[in-house]
Design a protein. Structure first.
Length: 558
């Protein structure tokens, strides 16, 4: 049910000029034609961030807006609204003042519900508007009890599994609980690792692996078998690597990529969680500066050429390219991809999965795509000479090609392509833009605090020019850190963001490529022409309190 006036929200957004008017009109028309909520269409098309849209809707409802990600909700407030009602009606109590209880609601116009909670508590209820996604994320606070007793809960299942003759049911509950807990804590991966005496469960949260618990070794094979059944893998194969996929329901559709490999102590499983809402990104939400976004827009508006995203594994390359693809995905364009694996399904795009068993490689898939009359092609990764050659030829014949490459920074990408056998003049004439990137952890906004660091200390670890540029004065620089709280599980960090360097291939850069200049010379010219290196982009985020110096150094020096 839509509780706001779409026309009023449309008017406000058009006045704010945060969304191109033609795209805004298209979204409103789709909302009215298909009877879909206007906000859901805006978010699915990634035309605006969830928070910014929430502020606009709250204003149209004449209700105060609350961003729950910045609030630490205490246990006593959770008792105000039962969990079942909170999940069903999308509401949660987040603060208490002398004037009453502050209630975040996705529908603050529901006076009956407000009256019901007021009668139950005997206190006045002050409604605030919060987005559905923000409330869904905040409902994790109801899992605090689960977090505190997680080992106990699993302990019960473990004991039941040991005693039960029908071992499937309790093992099933253990696996479901591991997935549910990982999802609630925004883990990207679950590692199930056999050791000498037990099985170690680890979660990767914000790029860092954390030990979660140890399980008895005798349950390991049962857990592996359960995961193999769920992902339709061979349960009798224990000496070969296997890959599969699970689709789970954790309140939303959750795709899980499964990798099983034999190691010395048994079989290790890694589950990659691919949540549908985790891919709702815009370029600014990824962490790209306005200057770099402008360069990228210039590149993807061209009907031909190559755009590359580079960096090590886990640096967010694919997410950046997916974001660009979703922006340029219109009905007038035929977009095709060849990926290994296909991480996210995108409506309106033809996606091909690499399959070594049928000899469907990147190169062969790319050749097939070129016979499908594409306008835009996304190659998951340029791994070899053949794929590189076909990509370059596609760009030369009027196609826009997007891909990723494993290099340390933007400048080293160009000599790397030449090393792969591509003629320098072809590299110079086809590559339009290179994005170098890393992922860094963001400081938790609920426990962020500031301090200062002496410039003399900074200069020991950071280039002098960068230090001078971002110091408040010549002697010190103001920095921020998270002291640790329940919101961030006492890590001081919550969520991740990218740091970037965007290299435009200008006429001067083209001349250097054609003369087979090394990466140092190319980088020097790019900096001279205004490229912001990753280190400096990271320091900008340190200066504004988004991250810490330690995170920037970890990402750029690693």
């Amino acid at each position: 049910m839509q509780i706001y006036d779409s026309n009023q929200v449309y008017k406000t957004l058009s006045e704010l000029k945060v969304i191109p008017l033609d795209k805004l009109k298209e979204a409103l028309a789709e909302s009215q034609t298909n009877n879909k909520p206007f906000d859901e269409i805006l978010l699915s098309r990634e035309l605006i961030s969830d928070k910014n849209l929430g502020e606009v809707i709250a204003e149209s409802l004449k209700t105060p807006f609350i961003n729950l990600s910045k609030v630490d909700i205490t246990d006593d407030l959770l008792l105000v609204v039962p969990e079942v009602l909170a999940r069903k009606s999308y509401l949660i109590a987040f603060a208490r003042s002398k004037d009453g209880i502050k209630l975040a609601m996705n529908n603050p116009t529901n006076s009956e519900l407000i009256s019901l909670i007021s009668k139950k508590t005997g206190e006045k209820i002050i409604p605030y508007y919060a987005t559905k996604q923000d409330i869904a994320d905040a409902l994790k606070y109801y899992q605090k009890e689960m977090q505190r007793t997680f080992n106990d809960l699993l302990g019960e299942q473990v004991e039941e599994a040991k005693k039960s003759k029908e071992k499937e049911a309790p093992i099933s509950k253990i696996v479901d609980l591991l997935i549910e807990y990982a999802f609630e804590n925004k883990a990207s991966d679950i590692h199930i690792e056999p050791e000498d005496t037990d099985t170690l469960i680890r979660y990767r949260v914000d790029g860092v692996l954390h030990d979660v618990l140890h399980l008895p070794k005798e349950l390991h094979n049962q857990i592996i078998s359960r995961i193999k059944v769920m992902s339709r893998l061979r349960t009798d194969e224990h000496l070969s690597a296997q890959d599969g996929k699970i689709q789970a329901d954790v309140g939303e559709k959750l795709d899980i990529r499964v990798s099983v490999v034999p190691i010395v102590d048994g079989e290790k499983v890694v589950l990659r969680l691919l949540s549908s809402h985790s891919r709702q990104f815009s370029l600014d939400n990824l962490g790209m500066s306005d200057t770099d976004i402008a360069k990228l827009k210039t590149a993807y508006k061209k009907p031909y050429g190559i755009i590359l995203s580079t960096g090590p594994t886990g640096s967010g390359k694919t997410t950046t390219i997916y974001t660009v693809v979703k922006i340029i995905n219109t009905r007038e364009k035929n977009i095709a991809t060849i990926e290994d694996p296909v991480e996210y399904d995108i409506d309106g795009i033809n996606q091909i999965q690499v399959n070594p068993k049928t000899n469907l490689t990147f190169a062969k898939g790319l050749r097939s795509i070129l016979r499908q009359d594409p306008d835009i092609i996304f190659v998951g990764e340029i791994r070899d000479n053949e794929t590189a050659e076909i990509s370059v030829n596609a760009a030369m014949t009027g196609h826009l090609v997007l891909s990723t490459l494993h290099t340390n920074n933007a400048a080293t990408t160009l000599p790397r392509l030449i090393d792969m056998g591509i003629e320098p003049f072809l590299v110079a004439s086809t590559v339009n833009l290179i994005i170098g990137q890393r992922l860094i952890r963001k400081i938790c906004e609920s426990c962020r605090e500031s301090t200062t660091i002496a410039a003399s200390e900074l200069k020991k670890i950071i280039p002098i020019n960068s230090t001078n540029k971002y110091s408040d004065n010549k002697n010190e620089m103001r920095v921020y850190q998270g002291k640790g709280c329940s919101v961030c599980h006492n890590t001081g960090y919550r969520d991740r963001i990218g740091i970037f360097e965007v290299l435009q291939v200008t006429p001067a850069i083209r001349k250097l490529i054609e003369s087979k200049a090394n990466s140092g010379e190319i980088e020097e010219k790019a900096l001279e022409e205004g490229m912001t290196p990753m280190m400096e982009d990271g320091l900008k985020k340190v200066k504004t309190g988004i991250t810490t110096i330690e995170e920037v150094l970890r990402a750029t020096k690693g």
